[in-house]
Ligand binder design. Structure first.
Ligand SMILES: NC(=O)c1ccc[n+]([C@@H]2O[C@H](COP(=O)([O-])OP(=O)(O)OC[C@H]3O[C@@H](n4cnc5c(N)ncnc54)[C@H](OP(=O)(O)O)[C@@H]3O)[C@@H](O)[C@H]2O)c1
Length: 325
């Protein structure tokens, strides 16, 4: 089948494109860069207006829109504008392009984020009973901004009427894969250098999804015609940060992990030009729809996921290890 992935040159898009292409599907990635042929085709677009790229959507089985300025940065006024506009505009234009198709794609999977839910400890947020974030007392302004982005993004994707295309909003937790430069690679670097202790008070929940389950869930959502609307993509067993970091240290095989109090994290984030939201906000997300539909997670617990990711990270970096040893 033909699968079109706007914004598919990034971390998550590369995982999906690689996997779908390997399974013999016709993958087309839309990028603001140059068009080119390769393992899968890359077609140029500007992520904001209609153009010749829209022809790629005709007769496609699925469109998976992942476009958006990376959020791993300081939330300056300019970055906030880019983060918001790139998501809202690309969702709007993909919706418009689908609405104009003669043979519209059967399904549109639109990236959203599990960050849309409230910072909470008491119960997990599923798609039905979850509490939307934004009105938590004392929530930092950066957290509120992320929730504004997520809600505006989802609204833009829902705004256009589509009669023949099923629409799914992917409320994803952080996707972990061992590739160089990935979120897991960065997290493991802290552990490797003895800095992988508890972050803040360690009570905050961490939700994640292993790349294998992320890819399988996306494929399942493409196949499963009965699913529409918001779907949480997260492993079913989020754990608190203290346990999350301890498990990762154990699976990596180190006893040392200096804890990072909140003030130190803020200082470090300032230094490396990012925000602490990812570490300090309590993300307790339950994959309500996937679980209710008997979707089987290959990595339902953090220990299983961390073990696999550490092993594969070692395999990928073995040459470097030997050099260092
Ligand atoms: N990674 C995760 O764990 C995770 C979790 C939850 C939600 N998400 C969401 O899922 C989507 C994909 O995640 P990702 O990690 O693969 O992101 P990513 O690595 O940052 O890639 C996003 C892609 O968007 C395009 N892009 C960047 N800036 C843009 C702009 N100003 N306007 C239009 N397009 C722009 C880029 O493609 P070109 O430069 O080729 O155009 C880039 O490859 C993102 O929207 C992210 O917020 C990701």
């Amino acid at each position: 089948m033909k699968i079109v992935i706007p914004g598919g040159t990034g971390q998550v898009g590369t995982l999906l494109a690689r996997s779908f292409a390997k399974d013999g599907h016709d993958v087309v990635v839309l990028s603001r860069g140059q068009s080119k042929a390769g393992q899968w085709r890359i077609v140029s677009w500007d992520a904001a207006s209609l153009g010749s790229w829209t022809a790629e959507l005709e007769g496609a089985a699925a469109v998976i829109n992942l476009a958006g300025r990376n959020v791993n940065c300081r939330y300056t006024a300019e970055n906030r504008r880019l983060i918001m506009d790139s998501r809202v505009n690309s969702a709007r234009i993909v919706g418009e392009a689908i609405a104009r198709c003669n043979r519209p794609p059967r399904v549109w999977l639109q990236a959203s984020t599990a960050t849309i839910y409230a910072h909470r400890f008491d119960a997990p947020n599923d798609e039905v009973t979850g509490i939307m974030g934004g009105s938590e007392p004392n929530a930092p302004d950066t957290w509120r901004f992320s929730i504004d982005v997520a809600t505006s993004w989802e609204s833009a994707a829902k705004a256009i009427e589509l009669r023949h295309t099923r629409r799914v909003l992917l409320r994803s937790a952080i996707t972990f894969n061992p590739d160089h430069g990935s979120a897991f690679d960065i997290l493991l670097r802290l552990v490797r250098f003895g800095l992988g202790g508890t972050s803040g008070n360690g009570r905050q929940f961490v939700s994640w999804i292993h790349e294998t389950d992320f890819i399988r869930a996306v494929a399942w959502l493409i196949r499963n015609d009965s699913i529409e609307g918001a779907v949480n993509l997260a492993a079913p067993n989020p754990v608190q940060n203290e346990e999350f970091m301890r498990t990762l240290r154990e699976e990596w095989g180190t006893k040392i992990g200096l804890p990072s109090p909140e003030w130190l994290l803020e200082l470090g984030a300032l230094f490396i030009r990012t925000e602490t939201e990812l570490l300090l906000k309590s993300r307790r997300v339950a994959p309500g729809i996937l679980t209710a539909q008997d979707f089987h997670f290959k990595y339902p617990t953090w220990r299983e996921a961390a073990r696999d990711l550490c092993e594969r990270w070692r395999d990928l970096n073995r040459a470097n290890f030997n050099l260092r040893d």
